[in-house]
Write a protein that binds this ligand. Structure first.
Ligand SMILES: Cc1cc2nc3c(=O)[nH]c(=O)nc-3n(C[C@H](O)[C@H](O)[C@H](O)COP(=O)(O)OP(=O)(O)OC[C@H]3O[C@@H](n4cnc5c(N)ncnc54)[C@H](O)[C@@H]3O)c2cc1C
Length: 377
């Protein structure tokens, strides 16, 4: 035992959350709302930023509302649909009565952290978790014994490694680079621009700003280089002031064989990821927080395992579909033509994406009909 261990007092806590990203903070808020004591540890200090497209889908915003978290209009920009653009083809669909929101990550972090403090969550900032065992979690200064340990420490989760859960990366890793530009108001839809080997997505933000993110398999492809493949978009952004430095992160479709082990549960990116092009990451973590808290309250994580699987099903399917589109010019062009010629199909898919329509609502006859149209387009 290192000498310093003699001076560390073990503090008891019902729920220890490792990671104060959006997933960890919202999981702690949900736990507090059910009366559980929660402490969140993060290696970093606020305000915490992260490369992200910053769009929250309608189901993510709804989960936040269920937890009493409303997104203030001065920092959250409402968007009502998605527009796909591929060269000469474009298609737009709306969320049919639902609304998504975009919020700058630093603002979202501050907002969530403030809510958490009001709800009675305790934080330890600058507290990197150094050691985890079946009873305790240790940082440089403190040790906590836990009833429940929540791993919300992102896609390279240490908690997951310690619990011995190996992720299966289903699709090759991709890389995303994000920045912001000051522009005149953009339409109230997130735009996904498709080209060979990459996508650029534009998120309209509050304050006449847009978030611009490029996604590709190439770790060296930055915004400037990517924009050469999108001349019309490059024209729109020409002369606009870049307001943030470009920063990047990896993204992949990563499915886990388990998301709990004993009294340990994973949430957010630690519990699996979908490709960033789906815009699902934040919403998934907000939706997961509610059944996770219920499961800890019930004393049975099986409830969370079941709900997690259900919540992830559509995003995983959408991730596969969109990666298929991104990976083949032939598929992408046919799909775009089909979306443009059959706007109802794009609306239906978006409704499934935003969970205003269940996946089961699409019958076999309809799938066969679309398959036939796809081949004839
Ligand atoms: C390019 C790109 C674009 C994206 N666009 C979107 C989008 O438009 N919409 C969307 O919903 N999602 C998007 N995502 C996904 C989204 O960013 C993630 O799903 C989200 O950040 C996950 O949050 P999290 O809290 O699980 O993890 P993180 O935000 O990664 O937080 C993890 C936290 O854990 C802490 N931590 C790690 N290890 C330790 C340790 N040992 N001790 C203490 N603390 C630790 C870290 O400091 C960090 O604060 C995008 C992702 C990328 C890469």
């Amino acid at each position: 035992m290192p000498a310093s261990d003699y001076f560390i007092v073990t503090k008891r806590c019902e729920v220890i959350v490792v990671g104060a990203g959006p997933a960890g903070i919202v999981a702690a808020i949900a736990a507090r709302r059910l009366g559980l004591q929660a402490i969140v540890l993060d290696a970093r200090t606020p305000p915490i930023d992260k490369p992200c497209g910053e769009g929250i889908l309608p189901q993510g915003a709804a989960a936040l509302r269920r937890l009493g978290i409303s997104l203030p209009s001065e920092s959250a920009f409402p968007f009502h649909g998605i527009r796909f653009v591929d060269g000469e083809h474009s298609a737009r669909a709306d969320f049919a009565g639902a609304t998504g929101f975009s919020v700058r990550r630093v603002k979202l972090h501050q907002l969530l952290a403030n809510h958490a403090v009001e709800a009675g969550v305790e934080f330890r900032w600058g507290a990197r978790v150094m050691q985890i065992d079946a009873e305790t979690v240790t940082t440089a200064k403190e040790r906590f014994s836990y009833r429940w340990l929540v791993g919300a420490d992102g896609q390279n989760s240490q908690v997951r490694k310690w619990a011995g859960i190996d992720p299966r990366i289903v699709r090759r890793k991709r890389f995303g680079f994000c920045s912001h530009f000051q522009v005149r108001p953009w339409p109230d839809a997130v735009e996904v621009h498709w080209a060979r080997g990459c996508q650029i997505f534009i998120t309209p933000m509050a304050g006449e700003e847009v978030g611009v993110s490029v996604l590709s398999h190439d770790p060296t492809l930055r915004l400037e280089g990517a924009l050469m493949r999108f001349p019309a978009l490059a024209d729109k952004l020409r002369g606009a002031t870049q307001t943030t430095r470009e920063s990047g992160d990896a993204t992949s479709l990563r499915i886990l064989p388990a998301i709990t082990r004993g009294r340990v549960a994973l949430v957010g990116d630690a519990s699996g990821t979908v490709d960033a092009v789906t815009g699902h990451g934040l919403s998934l973590s907000f939706q997961q927080a509610i059944p996770l808290a219920e499961a800890m309250r019930l004393g049975d994580l099986a409830h969370y395992r079941h709900a997690h699987k259900h919540i992830a099903a559509v995003p995983i399917a959408m991730s596969r579909l969109m990666l298929l589109m991104g990976g083949s010019d032939w598929i992408r062009r046919r799909t775009m033509r089909l979306f443009q010629e059959t706007p109802g199909l794009f609306s239906q898919l978006l409704a499934i994406h935003a969970e205003t329509l269940p996946l089961s609502s699409v019958g076999m006859a309809e799938i066969a009909g679309f398959g036939w149209k796809f081949l004839r387009t």
